[in-house]
Design a protein around this ligand. Structure first.
Ligand SMILES: C[S@@+](CC[C@H](N)C(=O)[O-])C[C@H]1O[C@@H](n2cnc3c(N)ncnc32)[C@H](O)[C@@H]1O
Length: 329
């Protein structure tokens, strides 16, 4: 005798069934509204003392993300390119398929890379979705926190990190994450600053308003757990992570067009423009939140520094450090 066992009826929770007869349609509408709400929350930018700041992981980065800061970042891009002989990067590799720009800012580097390497996919990430939407077809941007665990499915041929001073809480951890996400034989390149101003002719006065402002700025960033001068230390972190063929080069960035050499003069002009535009943005959040200054006090100090920076008699500068290195095959 055979016994037929009837399958138990599948119990369907009536709440799971679509009630509008659209159960076989796709999720386009839901995805769109989810994306809109996510996009809404990451661009619900807080304003403080007249400046706009990032909303995703709010409070973790002290500089604004508004138009003035975007213009400043673009001026810095042109300055750094000029300092490097009109090059976007110095690492020797050229046959890219996948490139990552960590903390892309306005995305200007990623966009120029996309034009220069049309065969490569360029991905830029940042806390702020302030990048343009009209970009080369091989360039993409994502909102992400580069200090969280990275979850890329394939490794990169080049990972690029530029001017992340003020941004990073744990540099060795960041460099290790970079190492894990570069393909064997691939490259990393850091272009970062040592923001300590100095002069070679003694004209940078250590008791000037600029020197005082800079000390307060660098100290408050350190107090907030973000190294404002990572440049000289990057080579050590890169070696420690296991990279090889490490090259470390240092470039002087004059502040103001006082140098004789035409290229250095141009770099100095870009640098002065970005410093004058950036002063308030560098200082406002750190000085008011970390040091409890009043916004008017910050503005008064910035006005004094602005006047000094424009003076022709001070020949101040600071250093750009470029470190590139290869992951062993
Ligand atoms: C000074 S800007 C440099 C932008 C760009 N790398 C460049 O050189 O033009 C630093 C950028 O890092 C981003 N940033 C800071 N902390 C971040 C984090 N934890 N995750 C992602 N982006 C971050 C900021 O939003 C800002 O756009």
């Amino acid at each position: 005798m055979t016994t037929t066992i009837e399958p138990a009826p599948i119990e369907i929770d009536p709440q799971v069934i679509q009630d509008d007869g659209s159960s076989f349609a796709d999720f386009t509408d839901e995805l769109n509204s989810f994306t809109t709400s996510i996009t809404g929350s990451i661009s619900k930018y807080p304003f403080e003392n007249g400046r706009r700041y990032h909303a995703f992981k709010s409070g973790s980065y002290p500089l604004p993300n508004d138009e003035l800061e975007a213009e400043r970042m673009n001026v810095v891009h042109h300055m750094l390119k000029k300092a490097l002989g009109d090059k976007l990067f110095l690492a020797p590799h050229r046959n890219f398929h996948k490139v990552l720009d960590v903390g892309t800012g306005t995305g200007i580097w990623a966009i120029e890379m996309g034009d220069a390497f049309p065969q490569a996919e360029i991905l830029g990430n940042d806390l702020s979705p302030i990048q343009p939407s009209w970009v080369p077809p091989n360039v993409r941007f994502e909102v992400d926190d580069f200090e969280s665990q990275w979850a890329f499915s394939t490794p990169f041929d080049l990972v690029f990190l530029r001017t992340l001073c003020f941004s990073v809480a744990d540099w060795p951890k960041l460099v290790e994450q970079v190492y894990s996400n570069v393909r064997p034989g691939g490259w990393v390149e850091f272009q970062d600053l040592d923001l300590q101003y100095y002069s070679e002719d003694g004209s940078f006065n250590e008791s000037s308003a600029t020197a005082q402002w800079l000390k307060i700025l660098l100290d408050s960033s350190r107090n907030a757990g973000r190294d404002p001068c990572p440049g000289p230390k990057i080579e050590g972190w890169v070696r420690q992570a296991g990279f090889q063929n490490v090259v470390h080069q240092k470039y002087k960035l004059p502040i103001g067009p006082w140098a004789k050499d035409k290229r250095q003069k141009d770099i100095g002009l870009f640098n002065l423009v970005q410093a004058l535009d950036g002063l308030e943005g560098f200082s406002m959040r750190l000085f008011t939140n970390v040091l409890n200054w009043r916004p008017e006090e910050v503005e008064i100090m910035c006005a004094k520094v602005r006047a000094e920076l424009k003076s022709k008699s001070t020949h101040a500068m600071y250093d750009l450090h470029v470190v590139y290195a290869q992951k062993p095959e």
